[in-house]
Design a protein around this ligand. Structure first.
Ligand SMILES: [Fe+2]
Ligand SMILES: [Fe+2]
Length: 305
């Protein structure tokens, strides 16, 4: 048994300097990069509402949340760099469409209720996905995840609290919340990826303890968690097949439109082009800052010598 296999078998962490199979390294880089890109692209749909927040308090909360997502992106790009990846290269791959980000961020945010529903459902689904990743076999990734998950809990709570407030408001506000729930529920179920029998990389990621639960297990956990929260809020989840199954001890639910997921992942969602274009412009606009920072770092190095 190699040191790598032994470390995995003993449930210990793989660290940056350790020997690891090429497949493990490239899978880890791809997963961490995809996750980092999701955090950064995920700033856009909600960021659009910062200037239109209905009060100073809501603006401060939203600003803090969107800034957290930038921080998550930074920890994760740093984790990818410990595996030998180059951050500029990863950004280029994103902009050129060679690396993916979560399909959920290709949907538009039409009203301020979307900010609440993203916090409640999208950050809620992210928590289901990410809590098991705190035990992921790659050390820097697992440790980054611990802090990220703490911040995601705040994101979910601020979203839920916003929705509670709106549900206690006017009939128009309640209708806005229900409309946002109708639009985000199914895309949030798709955040767990395709069903297990159509998820080709899952088995190997489970064997390497990168992944601890299957897509369908996590999706079920998310549904079971969300239904009582929807009831407490007073909204209806848009699924006629959703009902408690006493035999299974879980909620049964309908089948997401997997053709839609495939379409959105392959670039044909409502906002894919706009999201990438905005990221490309931000990268170009920031080029002079990166160059200046690098020049400053070089100068300081000389001074120290
Ligand atoms: Fe995040
Ligand atoms: Fe978040």
């Amino acid at each position: 048994m190699s040191d790598f296999e032994d470390t995995i078998a003993r449930d210990q962490r793989i660290e940056p300097g350790d020997a690891m199979p090429d497949g493990y390294r490239s899978t880890m880089i791809r997963q961490i990069a995809q996750h980092a890109h999701s955090e950064i692209i995920g700033m856009q749909p909600e960021g659009e509402w910062i200037t239109r927040a209905p009060s100073l308090r809501r603006k401060a909360i939203l600003l803090a949340k969107v800034q957290d997502e930038a921080g998550h992106g930074l920890y994760l790009y740093s984790a990818a760099e410990t595996l030998g990846a180059d951050r500029g290269d990863l950004t280029r791959r994103l902009i050129e469409g060679r690396q993916k980000y979560s399909s959920i961020f290709n949907y538009p945010t039409l009203t301020f209720a979307d900010v609440g529903v993203i916090g409640w459902l999208v950050d809620g689904a992210a928590i289901c996905n990410q809590v098991p990743l705190c035990r992921s076999s790659y050390g820097p990734y697992g440790r980054a995840m611990i802090r990220i998950c703490k911040e995601e809990s705040f994101h979910q709570r601020q979203g839920y609290e916003l929705l509670m407030t709106m549900m206690g408001g006017t009939p128009g506000q309640r209708a806005m919340v229900q409309d946002a729930v109708n639009r985000w529920w199914w895309p949030s179920l798709m955040m767990f990826g395709p069903p297990d029998d159509r998820s080709p990389n899952s088995a190997r990621s489970m064997a390497w303890k990168i992944k601890r639960h299957s897509n369908d297990e996590l999706r079920q956990r998310y549904v079971d968690m969300s239904v009582p929260q929807a009831e407490a809020l007073g909204v209806t989840l848009p699924d006629d097949e959703l009902r408690w199954n006493a035999d299974r001890g879980h909620y049964d639910f309908g089948t997401p439109d997997w053709a839609e997921l495939t379409r959105v992942i392959s670039g044909d969602g409502p906002c894919n082009a706009a999201r990438i274009e905005r990221r490309r412009r931000a990268d170009e606009d920031g080029a002079w800052v990166r160059e200046a920072a690098a020049a400053h770092a070089r100068k300081r190095e000389k001074v120290v010598v």
